[in-house]
Design a protein around this ligand. Structure first.
Ligand SMILES: Nc1ncnc2c1ncn2[C@@H]1O[C@H](COP(=O)(O)OP(=O)(O)OP(=O)(O)O)[C@@H](O)[C@H]1O
Ligand SMILES: [Mg+2]
Length: 271
């Protein structure tokens, strides 16, 4: 089942076309990665899909199990009932503790009894690795710790559709692994749909079922990481990305045959 169907979506800011006639579908239960250089339109697409900004033209529909379809232009409140966003530039409430930050969000958006919000908050504190610091005010937290609070905050309402705009940016290696494992569990065990942006291609290889590469607001390529490497005859997703974003097209790869997936990940990790 498609949870999102995007049709000819365009967003213009004055003379600047941030998103240019993008059409794509997202399937329920997949982890979809949005890639692209700075300013490519990734955050704009996410903001449009969750109804924070309105498109200049085109539209998208969101359909949950037995609910919808909802139009992003007019059904923002209905979409938000089961969708959650970790914004790229989000901030914690610095005078609240980690636990209060997460619980507060659950009480506003959760649409669930207080006891359940409390239980989910406790579970998320463990899952994200903040146990022991949960009762400290977050103004005493490091940048990465604040980001972890924000990831937990985005999940407390138990959304079906989760937008994570650079979830692991600023989080240390171990913390990023924790967040990635959490994302995997959300999709594979709980059948949530996750749409994430990242500049980390190792993360993409590890997490994403499919990726879309945006270049100057246009969808330049879409597919599984393996399909993209094959389609552009490159051994590494990074080379596909560089070819598409430099505007020079994708050059033939040096390697005559495509190495196995594990080899690609190891090569990428070594950099
Ligand atoms: N509120 C706004 N007003 C005017 N222009 C905007 C606004 N938001 C985004 N833009 C422009 O839209 C384009 C796409 O921006 P967007 O934030 O979607 O990029 P991005 O792909 O998320 O980049 P990054 O990787 O840096 O986060 C940029 O040229 C940006 O300047
Ligand atoms: Mg962005």
């Amino acid at each position: 089942m498609n949870i999102i169907e995007i049709e000819n979506l365009t967003k213009r800011f004055k003379n600047n076309v941030a998103l240019d006639n993008v059409s794509l579908t997202i399937r329920k239960g997949e982890v979809f990665g949005l890639l692209g250089p700075n300013g490519a339109g990734k955050t704009t697409l996410i903001r449009l899909l969750i109804g924070l900004i309105k498109p200049t033209s085109g539209t998208a529909r969101i359909q949950y199990d037995g609910l919808g379809p909802f139009d992003i232009k007019k059904d923002m409140m209905k979409i938000r009932q089961k969708a959650s966003l970790l914004p790229q530039e989000a901030e914690v409430y610095e005078n609240l503790t980690a636990k209060e930050n997460i619980m507060y969000y659950g009480q506003i958006y959760g649409n669930m009894p207080n006891g359940e919000v409390h239980q989910r908050t406790e579970d998320l504190i463990d899952m994200i690795g903040l146990r022991g610091r949960e009762n400290d005010v977050t103004k005493e937290f490091s940048g990465g710790m604040k980001r972890k609070v924000l990831v937990a905050r985005a999940l407390v309402m138990d959304p079906d559709l989760i937008f994570l705009d650079e979830p692991t940016t600023g989080i240390d290696i171990l913390g990023a692994r924790t967040v990635r494992n959490l994302i995997k569990r959300l999709a594979k065990e709980l059948h949530k749909t996750v749409i994430l942006t990242t500049h980390d291609l190792t993360e993409v290889e590890e997490l994403c079922d499919r990726v879309g590469i945006l270049v100057k607001g246009k969808l330049a390529a879409i597919g599984t990481p393996d399909e993209l490497e094959e389609q552009f005859t490159q051994a590494h997703l990074e080379d596909v990305f560089i070819g598409l974003t430099t505007g020079e097209g994708v050059l033939e790869g040096d390697l005559p045959t495509k190495p196995k997936r594990g080899v690609i990940s190891r090569l990428l990790r070594r950099r």
